[in-house]
Design a binder for this molecule. Structure first.
Ligand SMILES: NC(=O)c1ccc[n+]([C@@H]2O[C@H](COP(=O)([O-])OP(=O)(O)OC[C@H]3O[C@@H](n4cnc5c(N)ncnc54)[C@H](O)[C@@H]3O)[C@@H](O)[C@H]2O)c1
Length: 423
């Protein structure tokens, strides 16, 4: 049985991952937690029976202790991954690290290099690597079913409500506080694309902007908050009252208030970030972006991330010299169509749990890795860091209007590292 500590008992730490230990106490148990929010800390300690002396108000306090156990889960916010991850690796912990590894490309590389140098396990939570849908897709492309892959169309359908929740009102609305959206939302896609294509990405170009969730787009009659007597609230698809004023005890409602009562929800809508009008927030991340990638094996990728979709899914078409694969993860369906006329559908096995079971699989794999040294996810730190670099390069291209040549970009980062320009 593995003993673990958690940094950040929020949506991911407490619900997506640590809940695994409650179902499988023979595999893993949590023996310490660091969380500044008292309500969450107390809830986590109660659920996992952690004594008061093993609960801490910050990761800084927990990591100031001698090593408490073997494994550590870093589930704090994006801008609080680098420092705890580096300290924890040095202290001897094996890590499960939430994505993005860091919100700076050099820091992502440094975490991976340090884990490598110290021989620690480093699992980066690229959920798509663990989903049965994307594992089946990889199996199909590797089997040669459509010949040599040359073109890929891939869309991250963010979903209008998910955009509003996370990227307009919520935690990932500002690039300076967390990460650019292409990193926060799509480092998974960059990782999976790199995994499927099987080559090195050599050029990246990107365009996109924040065009809709802005003050100048606010409808007449709308107010600062949905609870302020907004005249269009009843017909607005983004109405906070419609989405959050209920007693559901699940994501995304439990982000608005941990207590699932109407009273707590109403108070949160009147006072907290999630009651704000989507056209009157302080968000600056894009609401649509395209990225073009060229790989060294001549594969080209056209990737779209957009808020303006009904659901939060991925749709894709992989095109090869003998046929194509069409996929839509919401339907759990992959279709292979060969130029010879053969066609068949595949429905990957469904697994219980968040992200179509991938959250459960990540924990199962992490435990298995620690127990045996094997990994099912196969996303070692340096591979993850490389896929993060593609997302960072896409943001650089979007902002500069220039195509980024990856070898120049990496050289520049290496020079920066040697020059010690950043901590
Ligand atoms: N793998 C995925 O698919 C996926 C999905 C969603 C989010 N994420 C990532 O997971 C991470 C956590 O996201 P979340 O939704 O759980 O956010 P969250 O805000 O719910 O949780 C973060 C927690 O960290 C706590 N915290 C803040 N400062 C701390 C400190 N000094 N020490 C210890 N804890 C501290 C916060 O109080 C909060 O409870 C983010 O980096 C996010 O980008 C990954």
């Amino acid at each position: 049985m593995i003993e673990a500590a958690l940094l950040g008992a929020g949506g991911r730490g407490m619900f997506a991952y640590a809940s695994y230990a409650l179902k499988r106490p023979d595999d893993i148990q949590f023996v310490a937690v660091a969380e500044p929010n008292e309500e969450r800390r107390a809830m986590f300690a109660r659920l996992h029976r952690i004594p008061a002396e093993r609960t801490f108000a910050s990761w800084q306090e927990l990591l100031a202790q001698p090593q408490l156990c073997r494994a550590l889960l870093v589930c704090t916010q994006d801008n609080d991954h680098y420092e705890p991850a580096m300290k924890a690796l040095e202290a001897g912990y094996d890590l499960l690290l939430e994505k993005p590894m860091a919100n700076d490309p050099l820091q992502a590389l440094r975490i991976a290099e340090r884990a490598d140098r110290l021989g620690r396990t480093l699992t980066v939570c690229h959920t798509m690597r663990y989903s049965t849908f994307f594992r089946k897709l990889k199996e199909l492309t590797d089997s040669g079913a459509i010949g040599r892959i040359l073109s890929i169309q891939w869309t991250e359908n963010v979903g209008y409500w998910h955009q509003a929740h996370s990227f307009v009102r919520g935690n990932w609305r500002r690039a300076d506080e967390t990460s650019p959206m292409i990193l926060a939302k799509c480092c998974h896609d960059m990782d999976m694309l790199q995994h499927i294509v099987g080559g090195e990405c050599v050029r990246v170009s990107s365009f996109g902007s924040l065009s809709y969730f802005r003050r100048d787009q606010a409808p007449e009659g709308s107010t600062e908050r949905c609870t302020d007597g907004c005249q269009v609230e009843r017909t607005c698809p983004f109405s906070a009252i419609k989405w959050y004023y209920n007693e559901k005890d699940q994501w995304p409602q439990n982000v608005v208030s941990l207590t699932p009562t109407l009273e707590a929800r109403w108070k949160a809508l009147q006072e907290g970030p999630y009651g704000r009008c989507v056209f009157r927030c302080d968000n600056d991340v894009v609401d649509h972006q395209v990225v073009n990638l060229l790989f060294d094996n001549e594969v080209t990728v056209a990737f779209t991330m957009t808020a303006f979709t009904t659901d939060n899914t991925r749709s894709l078409k992989i095109m090869g010299t003998n046929g194509e694969i069409r996929g839509y993860d919401a339907l759990n369906e992959l279709e292979v169509i060969r130029f010879s006329g053969e066609r068949w559908k595949v429905a990957p096995e469904r697994v219980e749990g968040g992200h179509a079971g991938a959250d459960t699989m990540i924990m199962a794999d992490f435990v298995q890795q620690l127990a045996s040294g094997d990994t099912l996810g196969k996303s070692p730190g340096l591979v993850s860091a490389r896929s993060h670099l593609i997302a960072f390069a896409a943001e650089r291209s979007r902002l500069s209007g220039q195509t980024v040549v990856m070898s120049d970009y990496v050289r520049e980062l290496q020079q920066e590292q040697e020059g010690g320009a950043r901590p």
